[in-house]
Write a protein that binds this ligand. Structure first.
Ligand code: NDP
Length: 279
């Protein structure tokens, strides 16, 4: 039976550290959170981010735009926030309504305030290994792996998913830590066989119960990034938890695994943004 990696506990420890750091140094830090429309999932994420800010001692400023906001309105808001000295980090909650070009919006955020690390220049820096910000979800996954005590160096690491926000940067972070990394996607042949090679398996697919026990090596570290809502309203990950937890060495639950870590890493990036801007 696998050890359950407690994302709530690890994230609470990270936030506690951040809170102490901010209090000790008397840092005055602000995070602007922009939400467009009224997607209920986005609203929950934004509220959780605000709560974390409050806990850590970061001021949060919410900007709620209507569902039919124009690109000009949003770009104008970002320009204002880029120039606002009390705002150290800017987060635009994704996904955006379809009339808004996400890429264009993200590129407008000042790279020094891009606490999600989605801006092209920050993504490029991650490739090279010379970065200030790491994207929150992959960085959170790395912390969870670290919490198990399992070394990444020399291990077979398999990432299922190649999105710009999870899969690709995840692969890059594992590579920086000297993992031997394979990235899988919808065209991968013999996915189960590739996954069975993994000492560390990351699932970022977006399909409920996609990873089954036959795809997992005995004793592997399994990190489940997926957040899927079932018809009964319950949340579940990409990994079939009941059967995979019988075989893996370590596994993250959903909820209570990667999700809380993503928010803790956002807090960490916001402190980093303040430091960069006051250098
Ligand atoms: P995307 O939809 O952007 O990417 C999904 C990836 O999975 C794609 O690369 C796709 O391949 C791959 N995929 C889809 N079907 C298959 C298949 N049958 N076999 C192999 N690969 C497949 O999702 P995201 O990366 O944005 O998110 C992934 C999951 O993580 C979602 O559930 C999302 O909600 C969750 N998430 C959780 C966060 C957290 O804080 N815990 C934060 C961000 C996301 P291809 O490229 O070929 O289409």
């Amino acid at each position: 039976m696998a050890d359950i990696i407690d994302g709530k506990a690890v994230s609470a420890a990270v936030k506690e550290q951040i809170k102490e750091e901010i209090a000790r140094e008397g840092l005055d830090i602000g995070l602007a959170v922009v939400i467009v429309g009224d997607d209920p999932a986005s609203r929950v994420y934004v509220n959780n981010k605000k709560k974390a800010c409050e806990f850590c001692g970061i001021k949060s400023y919410e900007y709620a735009l209507p569902e039919d906001a124009t690109e000009e309105e949003l770009l104008e808001l970002i320009d204002t926030l880029n120039g606002d000295g009390k705002v150290n980090g800017i987060l635009v909650q994704l996904p955006l309504p379809k009339q808004l070009d996400e890429k264009k919006i993200i590129e407008r955020i000042s790279p020094m305030k891009d606490v999600d690390a989605f801006h092209e220049s920050n993504v490029g820096r991650i490739m090279i290994g010379n970065y200030a910000f790491l994207p929150c979800t992959p960085a959170g996954c790395m912390e969870l792996i670290r919490s198990t005590g399992v070394e990444v160096s020399g291990k077979e690491c398999v990432v299922i998913g190649r999105s710009n926000i999870v899969g690709k940067p995840m692969a890059m972070l594992l590579l920086h830590e000297n993992g031997t990394v394979t990235v899988c996607h919808s065209r991968t042949k013999d996915l189960a066989e590739v996954c069975r090679r993994a000492d560390i398996l990351i699932a970022a697919v977006g399909r409920a119960n996609f990873v089954t026990a036959d795809m997992v090596k005995e004793g592997a570290v399994v990190i489940d990034v997926g957040i899927n809502r079932l018809e009964n309203g319950k949340l579940c990950g990409d990994v079939k938890f009941d059967e995979v937890s019988e075989k893996a060495g370590y596994i993250t639950p959903v909820p209570g695994g990667v999700g809380p870590m993503t928010i803790a890493m956002l807090m960490k990036n916001t402190v980093m943004a303040k430091r960069i801007q006051t250098k």
